[in-house]
Write a protein that binds this ligand. Structure first.
Ligand SMILES: CC(=O)SCCNC(=O)CCNC(=O)[C@H](O)C(C)(C)COP(=O)(O)OP(=O)(O)OC[C@H]1O[C@@H](n2cnc3c(N)ncnc32)[C@H](O)[C@@H]1OP(=O)(O)O
Length: 226
């Protein structure tokens, strides 16, 4: 029998990109990918914790390559380190072209999940069993990344408090952004919820990404109309 903490906390998910997952360019939308990344990583966290987990945060994400309709997306998630009630999960996304077999990295990301048993108090997580040199490396780096991510919020708060000066920089080519304000009101429905009845973190990120990309496109449309 596999004990929790022994090679638990690893999940691999593959999915063909269908037109319903794509944006107007025929590429996998970032919002859909964020939903898959969150669902896969949450499952890895729950496999390790043995109880339900919630998304606390996802670190900065860079998308290095696009995935087109018909290509295969593979998401590998692994618990790098369990702290007290939270875990860092490493997420690696690759895209494979079925005709050429060429595989490319789309993204490497880190997310934090907190064990939250339904109807119970907090639980303390077991440490993870390290099986390879890579596991050891990620385990060591995870504590450093946690220190940076937990300090990040404070750094941003301090920036806001300290920067009470108006930016006087003026560029004569600057264009107004007044037409780029976008607001979306969403009704939380059952398809947006996870198996605990809460809105998926990935769903919230997908809504945020939709609004941000519409805003960016409105800016471009406004510039072209000038
Ligand atoms: C609104 C939505 O539907 S979002 C989508 C899904 N996600 C959720 O629903 C989560 C909503 N948020 C929450 O439930 C809470 O804010 C939690 C669980 C994230 C934090 O719980 P709290 O009890 O407020 O915080 P507490 O200070 O006890 O921290 C618990 C752990 O989370 C960690 N943590 C808290 N915030 C963060 C963060 N932003 N990033 C990384 N780790 C975090 C803490 O370091 C701590 O870890 P440790 O126990 O291993 O030392």
């Amino acid at each position: 029998m596999e004990r929790r903490g022994e090679a638990g906390g690893r999940v691999c998910m593959s999915q063909t990109v269908f037109p319903a997952h794509a944006d107007h360019r025929g590429e996998l939308s970032a919002g859909q990918l964020l939903k898959w990344m969150d669902a896969t990583a949450c499952l890895a966290a729950e496999k390790h914790a043995g109880v339900s987990c919630v998304t606390a945060s996802m670190d900065d994400i860079q998308f290095e390559d696009a995935a087109r309709v018909g290509q295969i997306i593979t998401i590998k998630a692994k618990v790098n380190r369990a702290f007290k009630t939270s875990m860092e999960v490493g997420i690696k996304v690759t895209v494979q072209d079925v005709l050429t077999n060429v595989e490319k990295i789309v993204s490497v990301a880190y997310a934090t999940y907190v064990a939250k048993p339904v109807g119970a108090g907090k639980i303390e997580l077991e440490p993870i069993k390290l099986l390879s040199a890579q596991d050891h490396l990620e385990h060591t780096l995870a504590i450093e990344r946690r220190r940076i991510r937990l300090g990040y919020e404070q750094v941003f708060e301090n920036l806001m408090l300290e920067s009470n000066k108006e930016d006087t920089f003026e560029d004569e080519d600057a264009v107004s952004t007044e037409f780029t304000h976008v607001q979306s009101i969403e009704l939380v429905q059952p398809p947006h919820a996870n198996h605990h009845g809460n809105t998926f973190g990935g769903q919230i990120m997908a809504w945020m990404e939709t609004v941000a990309s519409i805003s960016a496109r409105l800016q471009k449309a406004f510039e072209l109309s000038l």
